[in-house]
Design a protein around this ligand. Structure first.
Ligand code: ZN
Length: 582
């Protein structure tokens, strides 16, 4: 290398080292710099001896600078490298409409605690939460638990939902539970009835619908406000039984959508037959969805409702009530449906599968519930980034698991430690092994500071025995040379049911590379830890994980090399992990 060439090389190395340092908190590491240099500039492969000291020197020099100084240098010399990084980081939600009209932006997430949350719910949560934060506003969690008959809430789900929100990183500022607020709904119902804007309908359902379809008033609608107030008290005191009376809010009887006309606001639920999990049999008159939600959105000063477009009809209904009260309807953002290929985001379908025994628990890996995703090692950051990517657009969106996995990989790849897991193990005996080997393999290829795992291979009579995966048998059979990762090269002589017999070929990685030898993972026979990986289709992959896996802790996310990322679920006598993705 002449001085000019050396100067050029130094400049190229400096850029790689700086970018590596910026990625890792100001500390570049030699190995990844080396890999990147040879990958991007193969001409240096012939000059490794001259290049190595330059890399060492530059790494030392750059690592002695502060992170700010490193960034300054990159900004000055290679600004394009930073632009890319920035645009990726600042993916933002589009602005909310009419924010200036309000003193404070207030949003809400309002689940019925009758089941756990799934990826679809995450959209409502993340958008409502992030918008509140974006405008320094308030994010409300409101449990809508007023139907103890057909969508009966369960006590356990109040907490499960709270935990899911915490896990997603969406802390709420205030919490309300609708079953605490019955007197408020009664007061508002009475106000509407007294003003003649609502009435108690005792018609059989078919009779009302017949009239409504013909855009005609039912006999109850024309009764006086006083008469309706008497009827209202009969609902409360038990004179009317379940199904015998409902409060209806008056609308335009000519509204084009029959479902909007004089919609039901409160009804009777038999308190003995359907006691409420929180308030028991205390109340027999319960608000229906549009009434309690509409009243609460106003009383809680919600400024922006962010929800699915299936709620458009509800808005049409509620706007009549808002007019009766003289209230202003909040801003609404209706987003399109969210689907993910191959998994149901319909609560009722998931519940059906649970009841039929198809799914044992709501965190079954086949489901897109937050609990299931969490168990598989999908991070909340990945879910949040995915949701922000999609945003609140009104078009329907079909997500693929690949989208989610790509986001997740970005989160976990820089940290996940690498290990070997041999699925369906088969014995491999290699003969002519000249000596004992001690393999020291980094826990992370780009971050040697994470440490190493080590393997002892002691041949007996020149024979060393390993476990390799049955899935690699074809590869092993059809190659002239195969390399046990980070160990040595071999060639197969015989494949039998009892195992594979092979002969040692040498240690050189370069030779293996030149020969295009496939790399396979392995575990020395007699070592290792029984391991089960629960796959996304709920099947179980069985095998042996390397010895170092005994020290793993539940919740760690690791990568089984050539297999995929998994989350450690339990470590007791054997390792149980859940598969995330490749
Ligand atoms: Zn009627």
């Amino acid at each position: 290398m002449n001085p000019t060439e050396e100067k050029e090389a130094r400049e190229i190395i400096k850029k790689i080292v700086l970018l590596n340092a910026l990625r890792y908190d100001g500390k570049a590491a030699q190995k990844p710099v080396f890999g990147k240099l040879l990958g991007e500039h193969p001409q240096f492969r012939q000059q490794i001896k001259e290049i190595t000291p330059i890399i060492n020197e530059v790494v030392q020099e750059i690592n002695s600078l502060t992170l700010e100084r490193q960034r300054e240098i990159v900004e000055e010399k290679w600004p394009e490298e930073l632009v890319e990084e920035k645009t990726e980081e600042t993916k933002q939600l589009p602005p909310l409409p009419n924010v200036k009209k309000y003193k404070k932006v207030v949003t809400r997430f309002s689940p019925n605690p009758d089941f756990v949350l799934h990826l679809g719910s995450a959209r409502a949560i993340v958008l409502s939460h992030d918008y509140a934060r974006m405008y320094d506003g308030v994010f409300i969690l409101r449990f809508e638990d007023t139907d103890s008959k057909t969508k009966k809430p369960k006590l356990e789900f109040y907490d499960v939902i709270r935990e899911d929100l915490e896990w997603l990183g969406c802390r709420w500022d205030t919490e309300f539970i609708q079953s605490d607020r019955l007197p408020i709904y009664y007061r508002h119902a009475e106000e509407l009835i007294k003003a003649g804007n609502a009435y108690v309908c005792t018609c059989a359902r078919e009779v009302f619908h017949e009239k409504s379809k013909a855009k005609q008033s039912c006999p109850c609608r024309i009764l006086s406000a006083e008469e309706n107030f008497v009827r209202w008290n009969r609902m409360l005191d038990g004179t009317y039984g379940e199904g015998e009376a409902v409060v209806r809010v008056k609308t335009d009887l000519g509204h084009p959508n029959p479902a909007v006309r004089d919609w039901p606001a409160l009804r009777i639920i038999d308190p003995e037959k359907y006691p409420h999990p929180r308030v028991g049999s205390k109340y027999r008159v319960w608000p229906l969805y549009n009434f309690s939600t509409g009243v609460d959105d106003h009383l809680m000063d919600i400024t922006h409702i962010i929800r699915g477009k299936e709620h458009l009809t509800n808005q049409a209904r509620q706007e009549y009530m808002y007019k009766h009260f003289g209230w202003k309807y909040p801003e609404t953002i209706h987003y399109g449906r969210l689907k993910i290929t191959g998994a149901s985001l319909s609560k009722s379908e998931i519940v059906k599968g649970m009841n039929s025994g198809k799914y044992k628990h709501w965190d079954d890996p086949r489901l897109a519930t937050l609990a299931a995703l969490r168990r598989r090692g999908i991070t909340p950051e990945a879910i949040r980034n995915l949701i922000v990517d999609v945003g609140p657009k009104p078009q329907d969106v079909v997500l693929s698991w690949k989208n989610l996995y790509a986001h997740n990989r970005k989160q976990i790849d820089p940290d996940a430690k690498r290990y070997f897991f041999v699925q369906n193990p088969v014995k491999l005996v290699v003969k002519n092994v000249p000596r004992g080997f001690r393999a020291k393999i980094p826990l992370h290829p780009d971050n040697p500071e994470k440490g190493y795992r080590s393997f002892e291979v002691e041949p007996a009579d020149g024979k060393a025995t390993f476990l390799i995966s049955t899935d690699d048998l074809d590869t092993v059979k059809n190659s002239q040379m195969i390399r046990l990762m980070d160990l040595f090269n071999f060639r197969v002589e015989k494949v039998e049911e009892s195992g594979v017999e092979a002969v040692f070929l040498g240690e050189s990685y370069e030779e293996a590379k030149e020969a295009g030898a496939p790399l396979i993972h392995w575990v020395p026979v007699g070592s290792g830890f029984p391991c089960e990986v629960v796959m996304p289709d709920a099947s179980v992959a069985e095998g042996v994980a390397e010895e170092a896996c005994r020290k793993l802790k539940p919740d760690e996310i690791i990568q089984f090399q050539r297999f995929g990322f998994v989350r450690v679920d339990s470590v007791d006598g054997k390792l149980t992990a859940y598969f995330a993705h490749r």
